[in-house]
Design a protein around this ligand. Structure first.
Ligand SMILES: *Cc1c(COP(=O)(O)O)cnc(C)c1O
Length: 388
């Protein structure tokens, strides 16, 4: 065989160094918050309190038991975990659903992907209300679903009439409501969720109504008297309420998210999940942690109090004579602004060992609620950097 001339060799090398990344993906960078090693991590809304020794012991014991069976694929339907999650939801929200009405995956990120794989797709649209969670447009992109950003009011609430009009105009197959919303912390009254569910029933997607997903990733942090959309599940068969063990539950590293919905809705999700998507180890960790839900959630009240104190402190501060703006929040973070150069403020805090998040509308910043020591460091650094 003769060697091809060198110009041909380099042409073929050039071709092979290019890859057929599809439109929509080509040239994109992977998205994610910076993971930096600094003393005060207040950027991804984690619970700052690690699991107690007692919880760690149960998890280690139950994972050891699961390890003995790792030659076999895990249980694909994981009804034991779904039953434990249903029990937890009944205690937390007062609403009892059957295990078959619960679905779980590797983080609520994957639950959301299942929803869009099942109910979105080419020729269909997903609607949400911005500013909201920055991952939603990525799930839409990854499932070839058109992304439509409806609008929130200037106080970050959703006007039920504006929302209803957007649903009727765009005829989305999936509507994402986030309550408490990220990055604003704002909750939706149940009258707004109801109005959107009613509008969804009037949508015609191949002869069916739209699906409404209420993302309650921060549900456990809501203030007293703020309802959960769990209460509307029995009224709307096209409603799904999504939760996670990553935030209040202090288990972000385990990657467990879940939802409650009608049995029929869950059955559609079972079609699109990869076989054995939830490993035996993950199932064991989640079930072990759920045995200790009271302990794991023990810090939630302290975090809510720290959040309310942080809001009050920020509202008492002035920037060149103007009080800081602070969004109402039912979550474990606070969105505040507005700064002419928010990146400089973010960087100044980072230089002082405090990592927060540059997100939300221009000029705003988001801080997660940490331990009292974290919050002292945050406030001291902010006073120094922004000259409050
Ligand atoms: C953090 C967060 C989630 C949770 O994601 P996991 O994949 O469960 O860790 C979901 N929705 C919103 C709005 C969030 O902020």
């Amino acid at each position: 065989m003769s060697t091809p001339p060198s110009s041909e060799r380099s042409a073929s090398r050039e071709r092979s160094s290019r890859l057929p990344a599809r439109p929509g993906i080509a040239g994109m960078e992977p998205y994610g918050a910076p993971q930096l090693d600094v003393p005060h991590l207040l950027n991804v809304n984690e619970n700052p309190y690690p699991p107690s020794a007692e919880v760690v012991e149960t998890i280690a014991r139950d994972v050891a038991a699961a390890a003995g069976g790792l030659n076999r694929y895990p249980n694909r339907e994981f009804l034991a975990l779904r039953s434990d999650l249903a029990d937890y939801l009944a205690t937390e929200s007062g609403v009892r659903v059957a295990p078959e009405q619960v679905w779980a995956a590797n983080g609520s990120n994957e639950v959301m992907l299942h929803l869009l794989q099942a109910f979105g797709g080419p020729g269909r649209a997903a609607l949400s209300f911005a500013p909201t969670y920055s991952m939603y447009p990525e799930y839409a992109r990854d499932t070839l679903t058109e992304w439509i950003a409806g609008r929130r009011e200037t106080d970050f609430t959703v006007d039920p009439d504006v929302a209803t009009a957007a649903v009727l105009e765009h005829q989305p197959s999936v509507i994402l409501l986030t309550s408490p919303n990220n990055p604003t912390g704002t909750t939706l009254p149940s009258s707004t969720v109801r109005a959107v569910c009613e509008a969804a029933l009037a949508v015609d997607v191949d002869g069916a109504p739209a699906v409404v997903v209420v993302d309650e990733a921060y549900g456990e942090f809501r203030r007293d008297g703020v309802p959960s959309a769990m209460e509307l599940l029995s009224t709307y068969p096209n409603l799904a309420v999504s939760r996670t063990m990553s935030k209040a539950f202090a288990l972000a590293g385990a990657r467990v998210g879940y939802l409650a919905a009608s049995r029929d809705l869950v059955d559609v999700l079972r079609v699109v999940r990869l076989p054995y998507h939830l490993s035996a180890v993950t199932q064991a960790v989640a079930r072990a942690a759920l045995k200790h839900s009271a302990t794991l959630l023990a810090q939630v009240d302290a975090l809510r109090a720290e959040r309310d104190a942080t809001v009050e402190w920020l509202r008492s501060r002035q920037l060149a004579g103007v009080p800081l703006e602070v969004a109402d929040t039912d979550a474990n973070f606070v969105l505040f602004g507005s700064f002419d150069d928010r990146h400089a403020v973010w960087q100044g805090l980072l230089d002082r060992g405090v990592l927060i998040r540059e997100t939300g509308p221009d000029g705003w910043l988001r801080v997660s609620i940490g331990t009292p020591q974290d919050m002292v460091a945050f406030k001291d650094a902010l006073v120094e950097v922004a000259g409050l």
